[in-house]
Design a protein around this ligand. Sequence first.
Ligand code: FES
Length: 110
Amino acid sequence: MTARAFTITLLPSKRVFASTGETSILEAAALAGLRLSSSCRNGTCRACLCRLRDGDVRYRIEWPGLSAEEKADGWILPCVAIPLADVKIEADFEEIPPPADTKPGRGRGF
Ligand code: FES
């Protein structure tokens, strides 16, 4: 199966970023400089739990920590959810600050 590029839209902010269709929504957000809520990043703690409002996802693990009822109600775990289409999810985010200045000789002690 060939991966396709998709867009991920965060609601209610309407912030949009790209997904390669190969990484989780959480990883795609990080690549776009956005931090979503997370902890374990392996589909068990549910810290990233959010609602899918449009689109479809697959899971990179066989048993993500969701009940069948939660899945039917549109709840997803972005840390292990990979988009199968353009998706819209309800999720707050923070901007990831740019890396500190790493020029040689500045703050590295040598
Ligand atoms: S970060 Fe733990 S389930 Fe997603």
